[in-house]
Design a protein around this ligand. Sequence first.
Ligand code: HEM
Length: 184
Amino acid sequence: MTNEWGPLTGLAGDWESERGGLDTAYSHSEEKVLETPYREKCTFKAFGPVDNGDQHLYGLDYKTAMWRGDEDNPFHTEVGYWLWDGATGELLRAFVVPRGITLLAGGIATDDATEFTLRAAKGEPLYTIGENRYLAKHASSLSYEVVIAVTDASWSYQETTMLVMDEFDEPFAHTDHNTLRRAG
Ligand code: HEM
């Protein structure tokens, strides 16, 4: 792989973590905010270029899944794409959370960046969040921010989703962080 993938170059491949993740969310079954440790498996496959007229994007096709302890079915999954536009430094993460949520988060980075931040907010013209009717009414995603750090042997994320929820008077910070190492 060449540096046509810019700051995404070091992410291609298979990654995992054993219980290093931590999720903070409101649990409806327990009726309280829970901090949940999780394990995760994540795969990034390189593709490109994708040409939009004069724009040439290189990307990673990704899927990730998280489990609590030894459970069989993941309690959270995502599928999507990371995209890099080397001409402008625009970095994108487009993904679906199968609760009926889609996100296009974006930011600007240098092609050798090892740390970068992507953001999206509901109603924004560029980097925005789509959600289903139920969530819009009862648990609406106001904003999303993720900070990524990449080293030779690992990568980590720290993400915050601000939710307007029936259960709280003020927006609630739903947070997740993890560090993943190369699988196998
Ligand atoms: C590592 C990533 C994530 C994990 C592990 C995770 C996990 C969870 C968990 C455990 C709940 C609580 C469900 C319940 O017991 O009622 C939850 C709720 C929720 N999550 Fe996430 N989440 C993640 C990322 C996201 C992202 C990126 C978004 C949207 C941008 C999101 C949106 C929501 C919403 C809207 C709810 C509330 C659903 C409801 O109130 O019924 N989550 N999540």
